[in-house]
Write a protein that binds this ligand. Sequence first.
Ligand SMILES: [Zn+2]
Length: 682
Amino acid sequence: MLAFIASVSLPNQKTDRREGLSSSTRERLKPLESRLIETVRAENCRREHRIFTAKPHMAGSARNYELAQYVAEQWRKYGLEDVQLIEHPVYLPWPVRYEATLVDSREKLSLKEEPIPEDPDSYSNEVGIPYCAYSADVDITAPVVYVNSGNPEDYDLLQKQGVDVRGKIALARYSVPYSYRGFKALTAQKRGASALLLYSDPAEDGFKKGAVYPAGPWGPESHLQRGGIVYDFNLPGDPRTPGWASVPGGRFLPAETAVSMPTIAAAPMSYKDARKLLSMMTGPTAPQKWQGGLPLQYRLGPTSDKLHLVIENDKKVRSIWNVVGRLRGTERPDEWVVLGNHRDAWVFGGVDPSSGSATMMETARAFGELKRSGWKPRRTLIFASWDAEEFTLTGSTEWGELEADKLKAGALAYLNVDSSASGNNFTAAAVPSLANFLREVARDVPDPSGGSIYDLWASRNKSDTPVTTRLGSGSDYTVFLNFLGVPIADLTFDGPYGVYHSIYDSFAWIDRVGDPGYRYHAAMSRYWAVAALRLAECDYVPLDYDAYAREVKIYLDETERAGRDRKMAIDFQAALSAVERWQKNARVVLEAARKAAESGDSKQAEHAHHALMKVERALLDEEGLAGRPWFKHLIYAPRPTYKAMVLPALTEAIEAGDEARARKEVDRLTRALNRAAAVLQP
Ligand SMILES: [Zn+2]
């Protein structure tokens, strides 16, 4: 027991320091961390995983409500406090009809995933109609055109080749690198297609990548990828409540007018079905890069036969349920460390998100055990099981809006785990200020294959700090970062995974292929727990704004170059000076915090702590971004592809070729950077 308390070698200041912790706090935490690490059990993760994946549990379903109750009940048993189910009535359409019939042959496409004997859950009769959430309705008969990845440049090429997509059905493949399906919908909508079919080509996630499930991790012939196409890069959360929470009896706008609502219809398809359409394409041969993994000549189209396509959704408001529980802080109850994972799945959610849900249960249980041993956190730990992430990051967004004031006043960080393990490859995305902290935690948590998580992570990525700091969107951290200015981290172990959002993303997929033995589920639970413990107990919040400022300087350089390339005269000098000042102040404050903590000057350490907590908030601007005021962060925003856009307000102005606006935006950015520097004024 308490294995690593024994190694009391004299610390080398540089490598042995753990930011935020004085050496005495660190010594005090070591046995607690060991205890968390030892308490977490892989077999518990497996047992929890089986419970979450037993049935389909889409947002709004009775089963997902049942699971919310289950989570709450368990958390209470573990010893969490103030455990609550929080109801949000939100616009949450479900599918009613999805049919695709070839007109001449009268052949109906199957639009169905085949069960496989190795995965008994795949025989479930509770799997709903596959669909793209927030699709418009359509009932049309039209030829189909192949649009490759469905990006703007793909439509440009079609136009050059004389293939008209207007009024036709566009058939796009999911793409690698990943591009959000909502962007494909927006592009198809802009180009005048009458509907969009999204299919998984075997070159992306099927047999061209390797053995397909159940023999391997890749997608079998009939797998299809459900998912939202909502324009949540404009506005996440309930489209009826932009910027405030959806609560029973609250104020609601009509959903149809929201900037997040598509006007095009879209639906997912397997390569088994898409193959029929692709083999009927006429017209020019598609370019080499457009040729996919199916054994046929990909052509641009249109198809020789027309397709009768019917997509219909109900337009219902449904209740979703977040579960929130906490361990109240004894000294600083209003300072929060938030751990979140979404519970709702498109079907069984083997990886996405039930691997994370199982991990969250085990993490909560481990903290409960620690509490039972007499420990109580200095600050409040909040555990959140979000609902309806798959729709439009709905549950986390509504809760973030509901608790905005408290979060802005007192949140240290939000630690998100969506899928915890589809393989053994540790991956972390975070604001630059948390990168060093994440690295330090990784040094102290064992990797199931030996050594620390850090050892493998660093060597695999050939980097000392392989944290992705350019933050886009795609999971529940968005409201915390972009709306509230709370530092975020997003953690996962990933690996080859070709069954995303299909019925094969299941218990058996994880148990047989993705993480047999649940060792990486447990590793993530340990990592998450140690990170949360350190934040709850730290002497000052371990946010490194020296690193953040350094990174923003790089963004400024890139953006200045982009402006110059467009022959724009934008003066970056004031922005650069502000960053320099910010960086200088950050160094001074962090050094002062270290000294104060080390010498036991808790008043000084507190002072630094409170300054550090305000910096991320200072990077918000209440006006938000042009056309999407919900997004208030001036350093990061998602592009419609979900890829990161840095210095988004300024970058958008430059990309739009609007020099006057770019000048205004560089001023606005400078003011934010000055605010960040000012809160760290020594
Ligand atoms: Zn997810």
